[in-house]
Design a protein around this ligand. Structure first.
Ligand code: TYM
Length: 331
């Protein structure tokens, strides 16, 4: 079985629809076909300033949501990044083969640091290098993510290639797994921007754990486009196209089927139906999340088993990397 690894940050009280459709949905599918490793990346979550109590809660809530969305600990390895110290260890080594200018070209770093120049940390700068360590430690063949992670995956590949060339074969070359249709779910209020935990306005983002009636309202007040016809046209009708994308993904229908169904109908009909689809989707997810959170003993056990499995893979890769780079093995 090919190996897959991906991660998600516990930086909000809830995942949003973009996280699910762009990434987690594919994680769920890939646990059937791949040797799958998924982690809640808490080390990444401290790069922008955070509250310790909130971080701990959000880490648990993230794990609970992932289970509620369909990850099955019998089919995949689910763990918390900080439980596996090899991530930080390999991150250091990789930071020593990354160019300063190379790291400075990461657009996410440029965006985020531009918004908060005086509070930007070194950790935010080295963030993508830690992400490369996450991936390379597991010798992942594929990495299911949204479009916004493409550049980080290119860096990961460059670092793998560089390390292997300089120090001998060590890392598998990972490929991004980005499904075009759902790679960029956009902000409901600003359909040219991605739906984002940090950048979207409250009405632009559907949080999986928010009150479903609130989600319905947001869908109904989503910015649509001029004209009245329901067409899929990302360029000229980004708002309607985004709604169609979400609708198709959540119902497993094709865009063409939806277009046929809504032929002659208006934006209002589409929004009303989609609001219902979203509500029906999130309700059971919320129930299951709540149930997992009510059983912290179970959650902790899943994460402990996950960490142990993850470590058994990560430690082998780390010792090979340490060996190849010339560190003296401890006696
Ligand atoms: P994060 O936590 O921001 O997002 C988790 C996943 O959700 C995807 N995503 C989206 N997909 C489609 N449309 C959107 N609007 C949207 N918003 C977010 C992201 O692309 C991501 O796949 N750096 C990563 C976390 C990470 C990671 C890793 C990922 C750390 N180590 C190793 C893969 C492998 C991040 O910040 O994701």
């Amino acid at each position: 079985r090919p190996r897959v690894l991906s991660g998600i940050q516990p930086t909000a009280d809830s995942f949003h629809l973009g996280n699910y459709l762009g990434a987690v949905r594919n994680w769920v599918a890939m646990q059937e076909t791949h040797d799958a490793y998924y982690c809640v990346v808490d080390l990444h979550a401290i790069t922008m300033g955070h509250d310790p109590i909130a971080l701990r809660n959000r880490t648990r809530i993230s794990a609970a949501q992932l289970l509620a969305l369909g990850l099955d600990p019998e089919r995949c390895t689910l763990f918390v990044q900080s439980h596996v110290p090899e991530h930080a260890q390999l991150g250091w080594v990789l930071s020593c083969i990354t160019g300063f200018g190379e790291a400075g070209r990461m657009v996410q770093f440029k965006d985020k640091s531009a918004k908060a120049a005086d509070t930007t940390t070194v950790g935010l700068f080295t963030y993508p290098i830690l992400q490369a360590a996450d991936i390379l430690l597991y010798q992942a063949d594929q990495v299911p993510v949204g479009e916004d992670q493409r550049q980080h995956l290119e860096l990961t590949r460059d670092l793998a290639q560089r390390f292997n060339t300089r120090f001998g074969p060590t890392f598998t070359m990972p490929a991004p797994y980005i499904l075009r249709d759902t790679a960029k779910i956009t902000d409901l209020q600003d359909p040219t921007a991605k739906m984002s935990k940090s950048a979207s306005s409250p009405n632009g983002i559907i949080e999986l754990l928010e009150e479903p009636a609130r989600s319905a309202k947001k869908i109904k007040s989503a910015v649509t486009d001029t004209g009245r016809e329901i067409l899929y046209d990302e360029e000229n009708k980004p708002g309607v196209s985004n709604l169609l994308t979400i609708y198709a993904a959540l119902t497993m229908r094709t865009i063409d089927e939806l277009l046929e169904h809504y032929d002659g109908k208006g934006y209002g009909d589409l929004k009303k139906d989609l609001a219902e689809v979203v509500v029906e989707f999130v309700k059971p997810v919320q129930e299951r999340t709540r149930a997992y959170l009510e059983d912290p003993g179970y959650l902790d056990k899943v994460l402990a088993i996950g960490a142990e499995k993850a470590r058994s893979v990560a430690s082998v890769t780390l010792s090979t990397a340490y060996q190849n780079i010339g560190f003296l093995s401890p006696a």
